[in-house]
Design a binder for this molecule. Structure first.
Ligand code: ADP
Ligand code: ZN
Length: 766
């Protein structure tokens, strides 16, 4: 008897009465997209013909009621586990995919994800396969004609009526299965001869699923369009390429961190590295934050590579399915996409690139709560391939991985063409009068000067809406107006005349009085992008300005249109949230204004300073990218804060030198590991009691190196009418946290409506 890797087996027994033992294996190990950490064994019946292979989805009876459920086959064993009679296992009903959706490497990667991120194997697998693939969107099931092999070998010797002989010959020579209609057309016959062939048993029918003819964008684009000369690499770029060459040419696992200032030519290095592996017939996956999937970025890849697939969130299920198939079929050289593209089914992977690796959007905030950067490094390790992480402001986790030698850090200190880094000036808002709202006098003057000089201006304010809070003027009440369903202050959106919750999107009309004490004349305060837009329009009426945030960029394509108009010079002032801060390259931007650098600084999050540093440094990098020097003005109430000071000096090392000792003192990442347990439910005391009980269990099972904090209400204590409590686990390495969770999770039963989630390496602490 063989029991693969000793994982726990659960047998769902068939009727005890079954006494015939003729039914033998093989047996399939099946996992489900449910929070059950088990591999279930099913018998593969002979009637399934080719059987079941690992990586295929199957339909099987599940549970006492034997309800048909879809699961993933993760292994096939010739014999039943541990001496159990084969007849006691339920049977696989049906195989859903042929060929398998998941290859062996992805099975291994998802098993790692399940153990690392504390989810089930089935949940991890389900995240890998896009919905469009599971639904087989864009395909149709049809009846097709086939010829049995023995007939195919001898059809020329058969004596048949002419029409039938012709139809049979056409079908035998066809490379694709044909429908009756296809065959009638190709053999120029009516359906009568085909029916006769079927009756003679010379032709059979099968039901198959085939892709519908693609209309619209092809999965892999044809030849590169406006091809441009490939630039000669700068000395720094050449040095970086030289350092990576052995890994690129030798298929070695190695993690490179390209730590290059904004405009140092990192993207050009990615392109060169990809070229090396593509030239060897391999494929590359490039992950970028969703917001950076702009036509400009995509064009740079299209120019250099013939066959690329772009996986962004606006794809229809059918398009996503088509991309997946063509990637799996080896028809794509370069896959560019957001977070989930880390699972692209490239079968001849040569390289993974992660641009802006510090971005928090690489972390998925629903189960499985994986970090695409870390999953990508694991994938590269399992498949023995190089991976490149690039950033001007690496995450401190990445920085430390480089410092201890796990990653190879490759610095790029100079901008291409020896362009200077822009000069950053801080404006201390505590000394400024802001009569109209967001723009200080120095910022206005700088805008006037830049615009007069035919330069373009970008203004960043990381808050949507018009007023960011509404507050009761009565000094004895003084409460902000909150969402009915969340513990969150509402934002006033003037254009829509509504108060909106940015957590649950609930909307309501403006109250005429304080909902709490009925005091009239509520006070509106705080500045969002909508108000900034009004202010800019009033102050610079002779220039065209546009706002870019998730309110104005709702329709697909609007983001691209505004960026194209800005590039063409039709817009002079672009203002918006961090949407405008990321990865954009506009040579004519000579002024960047950060309207409020402090928005992230006071968040209850140990990464608040890091986020602030990254954001200011990234926005500052948006200027001075052409031949004209750039200027950056940063408005802040905290000009002496090291995060802001260091960002202003483009001083990553200085920031790290300040920040790391703090983190080390409290054992926070990158020196320790965190896991966050979040309980939520409609009844606050029930949630709290459950979390208290969980704490006791954790304490009983925790080794000394794990510290436990909480339970406490989460910083956002209620979302969508569910009360939220959290516990934080911390230890020096991830292993003790995993073991502790495994020990406790096994027999944990939250009372009915309470849900418990675990977030390993949390990014969002709210
Ligand atoms: P980063 O990704 O580090 O911000 P990019 O790769 O976008 O930098 O390069 C910045 C600018 O410099 C781009 O306009 C790019 O086309 C240009 N550039 C990059 N490398 C070279 C080179 N070797 N020679 C000339 N121009 C280059
Ligand atoms: Zn809400």
């Amino acid at each position: 008897m063989s029991l693969v890797n000793g994982k726990r087996q659960a047998a769902w027994f068939a009727d005890e009465g079954g006494d015939e033992v003729d039914a033998e294996g093989p047996f399939a190990g099946i996992v489900f997209n449910r929070p059950i950490d088990q591999v279930f064994t099913y018998r593969i019946p002979a009637r399934l013909g080719q059987g079941v292979r690992p990586g295929q989805r199957v339909r099987v009876p599940l549970g006492r009621g034997n309800k048909p459920a879809v699961g993933y086959c993760v292994r096939v064993d010739p014999e039943a586990p541990e001496g159990m009679a084969a007849s006691r296992f339920k049977e696989v009903i049906e195989v859903l995919d042929d060929p398998p959706l998941i290859d062996a490497a992805m099975l291994e990667l998802t098993r790692w994800m399940a153990s690392y991120y504390a989810c089930s194997w089935g949940q991890a697998l389900d995240a890998v396969v896009p919905a469009g693939v599971k639904k087989q969107a864009g395909t149709k099931v049809g009846t097709f004609l086939t010829v049995p092999d023995e007939v195919r070998q001898s059809f020329e010797t058969l004596s048949l009526p002419t029409k039938q002989a012709e139809a049979l010959a056409v079908l035998c020579r066809s490379e694709e299965p044909l429908t009756v209609a296809d065959l009638c057309r190709l053999a120029k016959c009516a359906s009568g001869p085909i029916t006769a062939l079927r009756q003679r048993g010379l032709v059979r029918t099968v039901r198959r699923r085939l892709a519908k003819a693609a209309n619209g964008e092809a999965a892999s684009d044809g030849a590169a369009s406006d091809a441009k000369a490939i630039p000669t690499l700068t000395p720094e770029q050449t040095a970086v390429m030289a350092a990576m060459t052995p890994a690129l040419e030798g298929d070695e696992f190695a993690t490179f961190l390209i730590h290059g200032v904004t405009g140092s030519g990192k993207t050009e290095v990615y392109l060169s590295a990809i070229e090396r592996v593509v030239a060897r017939g391999r494929e590359a996956i490039v992950l970028v934050p969703e917001i950076s999937l702009t036509p400009q970025t995509i064009r740079r890849f299209r120019r250099r590579f013939g066959k690329i697939a772009v996986l962004h969130s606006h794809l229809s299920d059918a398009e996503r399915h088509r991309h997946w198939r063509s990637i799996a079929a080896g028809e794509v050289q370069v896959i560019v996409g957001a977070r989930s593209a880390v699972f692209a089914p490239a079968r001849r992977l040569g390289l993974i690139v992660i641009d802006e690796e510090h971005e928090s959007t690489f972390k998925q905030e629903t189960t499985p709560r994986y970090h695409a950067r870390d999953v990508a490094v694991k994938r590269a390790q399992l498949e023995r391939r190089p991976i490149l992480l690039g950033s001007a402001t690496p995450a401190l986790e990445t920085w430390r991985n480089a410092a201890v030698g796990r990653y190879v850090r490759l610095p790029m200190r100079e901008r291409v063409g020896a362009r200077p880094m822009p000069k950053v000036e801080l404006i201390d808002l505590s000394h400024e009068r802001l009569p109209l709202g967001g723009l200080s006098e120095p910022l206005r003057q700088a805008m006037t000067a830049a615009l007069k000089d035919n330069g373009q201006v970008m203004l960043m304010l990381n808050r949507r809406g018009f007023h960011t809070f509404v507050i009761c003027p009565n000094p004895r009440c003084n409460q902000v107006v909150k969402c009915h369903a969340c513990d969150v202050a509402l934002t006033y959106h003037k254009g829509r005349r509504l108060l909106i919750c940015h957590t649950c999107d609930a909307e309501r009309p403006r109250p005429s009085a304080c909902p709490n004490c009925r005091a009239p004349n509520l006070h509106y305060g705080g500045i969002g992008t909508e108000r900034l837009e009004r202010e800019v329009e009033a102050a610079f009426p002779e220039y065209v300005s546009r706002r870019m945030d998730s309110d104005t960029m709702r329709t697909p394509g609007s983001h691209e249109r505004v960026l194209a108009a800005f590039r063409a010079g039709e817009i002079q002032i672009l203002l918006g949230t961090q949407m405008i801060a990321k990865g954009l390259d506009f040579p004519n931007v000579t002024l960047v204004g950060v309207v409020n650098a402090d928005t992230a600084l006071h968040m209850p999050d140990f990464r608040a300073a890091e986020r602030t540093f990254q954001l200011v440094a990234q926005v500052a990098g948006r200027t001075g990218r052409g031949d004209r020097p750039g200027r950056v003005l940063v408005q802040t109430f905290a000009p002496d804060h090291y995060a802001i000071e260091c960002a202003a000096r483009h001083d990553y090392d200085g920031f790290v030198a300040h920040e790391l000792p703090e983190r080390e003192r409290f054992g926070m990442p990158p020196f320790g590991r965190l896991a966050r347990l979040i309980g939520r439910g409609p009844d606050e005391p029930v949630v709290r009691d459950f979390m208290e009980e969980l704490l006791e269990r954790l304490k009983a099972a925790a080794p000394a190196e794990v510290t436990i904090q909480g339970p406490a209400p989460a910083p956002i204590s209620k979302i969508r009418n569910l009360f939220r409590y959290h516990l934080r686990l911390r230890s020096e390495s991830p292993r003790p946290l995993q073991l502790l969770w495994q020990a406790v999770a096994a027999d944990l039963n939250p009372p009915a409506p309470v849900e418990l989630a675990i977030d390993v390496d949390p990014v969002n602490l709210l």
